[in-house]
Design a protein around this ligand. Sequence first.
Ligand SMILES: *Cc1c(COP(=O)(O)O)cnc(C)c1O
Length: 367
Amino acid sequence: MSVIEELQITPYINAHDTYTVYGGSRMSARTLEDMRQIAAVFVDMEELQLRLGQAAAQLTKNEDAFFTNGSAGALTTAAAVCICRGDPFVFARLPAVTKDAPDEIIQLHCQHNAYDKAVEAAGAKIVEIGDADETLEFDLDGRITERTAAVFYYASSLYARGSLPLEQVIETAHRRGVPVVVDAAAQLPPVENLWRYTQAGADMVIFSGGKTLCGPQDSGLILGKREWIDLCRRFGSPNHGVCRGCKTSREAMVGLYSALRQYVELDHEENRHRLLERIGRIAVRLEQLEQVRLETVHHGPVGQDYPRLFIHLASPAQAQAVHRAMRARHTYIGLEGAAVYVSPLNLTDGEADTVAAQLTETICESM
Ligand SMILES: *Cc1c(COP(=O)(O)O)cnc(C)c1O
């Protein structure tokens, strides 16, 4: 009996996206095998962190890298090292801020999102600049004081409307001696994003391991400049203090490294064709339905470079009914207004065929 049967857990198909509530993404056989190998031996965790960091940095054209338990843990770690700036007395007391340490982290109001608490957990106070419509250079320049620990910037295209371009944020912050941290948790593909933000001058850039990289769900990566990554190694988990809750295992670290290597070495053009083909498998089945309009959208929910199949239905009520009926068949799909959508990222070809058959049924039933 498998453990899934033993626990009576319902397996789902994930045709929606790499969301944590579904378990994120799927690790490859190679990743699982590399995790099994490191699990069989004991290691010096400090040496492992150093070696993996050097190897990940080389793969991603960065100076250095630090492995953590996810992007939320990476935000806490980055905030903590920006506040303490190498002072162990200040660090040891976080999240209480002592000795006039700079504790303000500037964020753009238009980028406000659900991960604020991961930043505040380190002891930071978030200071917002700009509004929903625009953020100007003087909003940032005028807000920087001796209390400013860092600027945290969220790379998602969702925030493009009111944002100040990253390059301008970096220029202004650096002119005032303030580091810039970019949260790019879900910003893959394109693979070039692994070095684009650091090459633009960002000090630390954060990626989730469990999203497009297909590493363990509980893994994440901080890429960046050596002086900051050195501080992550010195103060970050497994050291005691505010980052200890961001502890990650040797299995998760090696799993993320393995997944990262496979991702960087992937033929991304060929992969794009594979994803389009997988959408095509579903589209040909649905084209036969009347009153359904199909649309291939060439970006992910936060502006990533991959295709999704939108199925435009008659009304939001019908879309909700189809979404609900698919859930009852143990398949996750997306819902947006009067449309449902399918992402090919986490599907096998076999699952794509199942999704196509289920969608045909549920759409017919909802008419
Ligand atoms: C998913 C996400 C996170 C959290 O990532 P985890 O790896 O699940 O901790 C943080 N920031 C953004 C913008 C995200 O999309």
